[in-house]
Design a protein around this ligand. Structure first.
Ligand SMILES: [Zn+2]
Length: 275
């Protein structure tokens, strides 16, 4: 029996998998969060990074992160940003001061720019600038949400050179844009959109991305893949994302997952958290 297990491990090495971006504090997980974490463990998903989105939601986010030992970011998402975000930014400064010694605080974010929700564009810019300078001062990476605003984001990142870079989460763009981010020290978070056969631009781009630039993520409960059984997304689709990237790269899932795991651990400095 023991021999058989060893043999199986050798031919099928266990993939180490992390969800680099999942909002597992969301109310859609309130009824079955324990079961979801149990299913994740059974599927070999070790943990998920939970990004922060707004002052109103930080306290529940921190409770969930603590209960399930998840690393997390603290930040103000562009959708939840007031025209004058100064009050929220002051609260963010206070929160960061309280949690800066917590090894599970691994990033500033999620913050960014979103032109689909551009009613608060002015506030988005102010909040992003402030959060980039917090990342600089605290020497933390940033988790960035960028929708239809790559040129503005790239210009901003050139002004604030961040020692630890960050990730463009849920990346959707061309290889040329991806290369600009990579040059600035950023990784690209690839999520469930890659499973959509009509996402041709993204699939072409991902097929050519260097292995050391890719993180995998689900953005759960958002970004549910087409034809999924559940209306909410969960980290349980990570293996399909890995398999799809592997197919595009003509490599094995093990190789892709190893790179994505290592990239995530390095970017967010998770080695003290993960055994
Ligand atoms: Zn998100």
């Amino acid at each position: 029996m023991i021999k058989l297990n060893l043999f199986n491990e050798r031919i099928m090495p266990m993939m180490r998998i992390l969800d680099s971006h999942a909002h597992l504090d969301h109310a859609l997980f309130d009824t079955d969060r324990d079961e979801l974490f149990e299913s994740m463990a059974q599927a070999g998903i070790e943990t998920a990074i939970i990004p922060g989105v707004s002052p109103e939601r930080w306290s529940k986010q921190l409770d969930v992160a603590k209960r399930y030992s998840c690393p997390y970011g603290l930040g103000i998402h562009p959708w939840f940003c007031a025209d004058n975000p100064q009050q929220a930014l002051d609260l963010l400064t206070d929160k960061l001061n309280s949690y800066i010694e917590d090894p599970y605080l691994v990033a500033i974010g999620e913050c960014g720019l979103d032109k689909i929700h551009k009613d608060n564009w002015h506030g988005q810019i102010i909040a992003l600038q402030a959060q980039l300078s917090m990342a600089q001062q605290l020497n933390l990476p940033v988790i960035l949400h960028v929708v239809k605003a790559h040129s503005e984001m790239l210009a901003m990142l050139k002004r604030y050179s961040l020692p630890r870079g960050g990730v463009i989460h849920g990346f959707y763009g061309s290889l040329a844009i991806a290369s600009e981010y990579i040059k600035l020290g950023f990784k690209l978070g690839i999520g469930g959109l890659i499973l959509n056969p009509s996402a041709r631009k993204l699939r072409t781009c991902v097929a050519q991305l260097p292995h050391d630039s890719v993180l995998i993520e689900t953005d759960s409960p958002a970004m549910t893949p087409r034809n999924a059984a559940e209306s909410r997304n969960t980290p349980l689709i990570l293996q399909s994302i890995i398999a799809e990237i592997a197919t595009l790269h003509k490599k094995t899932s093990v190789l892709i997952s190893e790179h994505a795991f290592r990239n995530t651990v390095q970017l967010f400095d998770l080695k003290l958290i993960l055994i």
